[in-house]
Design a protein around this ligand. Structure first.
Ligand code: MD3
Ligand code: FE
Length: 203
């Protein structure tokens, strides 16, 4: 089933479930080459969310700023390539939401421990500000904050479960969004973790 959030944003409940086993095996291979790490923000804060990437470009943050890079700064090697199952899921989900021909060139993988939150922000480091972002939630549930186009706009709370996919693009691409602190719990496949994959078109 599908829950509309706005004109060009929706939740596809359970859409990723048929892909989960393959995706988790792929995440294990990705983290073996490019481990999850806590990035430092330009302001000098260590991010609560642990991150890694796959695809042509990976999102990075350090004291110099936010950017996309072809190389993992920790290994000096290119980011692991985008697994075929990731590309298939991203394109299928985007198509289901009305965005045909979606080919992402980056996948940011976020790992949340219980208590971890992601404060309200916009995704503005991509050159393409129209192409959809496809987000896949795995493991512990979370409450997602779906806001407006200014930080102070009212936001709605959207519960996200293991296997849910959110797609947002077009006019809704630049909305503020965030994640409330993940509640303590143990997921049967992932244990005390939530993993979120966000597919992006950077260039
Ligand atoms: C709908 N990640 O990595 S994804 C990020 O769960 C990020 O890890 C969050 O925001 C996470 O940049 C949220 C789901 C999502 C994100 C942003 C949206 C859905 C959205 C923006 C507008 C509408
Ligand atoms: Fe974001």
């Amino acid at each position: 089933t599908r829950t509309p959030l706005a004109a060009q944003a929706c939740v596809l409940h359970g859409f990723a479930l048929p892909f989960v086993d393959e995706m988790l095996a792929d995440v294990r291979a990705i983290e073996a080459a490019s481990p999850f790490r806590h990035l430092v923000t330009p302001g000098g804060h260590v991010m609560q969310v642990a991150m890694t990437n796959c695809g042509t470009f990976g999102w990075c943050s350090d004291r110099r700023g936010y950017r996309y890079d072809r190389l993992d700064p920790q290994s000096g090697m290119p980011w692991p390539s985008m697994p075929p199952a990731f590309l298939r899921l991203a394109a299928d989900a985007a198509g289901e939401a009305g965005f045909d021909g979606y080919v992402p060139d980056a996948c940011l993988i976020n790992r949340y421990a219980p208590g971890t939150q992601l404060s309200l922000h916009q995704d503005r480091d991509e050159d393409d500000r129209i192409a959809p972002i496809v987000s896949v939630s795995l493991g512990l549930p979370a409450t997602f904050l779906f806001g407006g186009f200014a930080r102070g706009d009212k936001s709605v709370r959207v519960p996200l479960q293991h296997g849910d996919v959110v797609v947002w693009g077009g006019v809704d691409r630049m909305r503020f969004h965030g994640v409330l602190p993940v509640k303590p719990g143990v997921h049967e496949l992932l244990g005390e973790r939530r993993i979120n994959l966000t597919f992006r078109k950077v260039r």
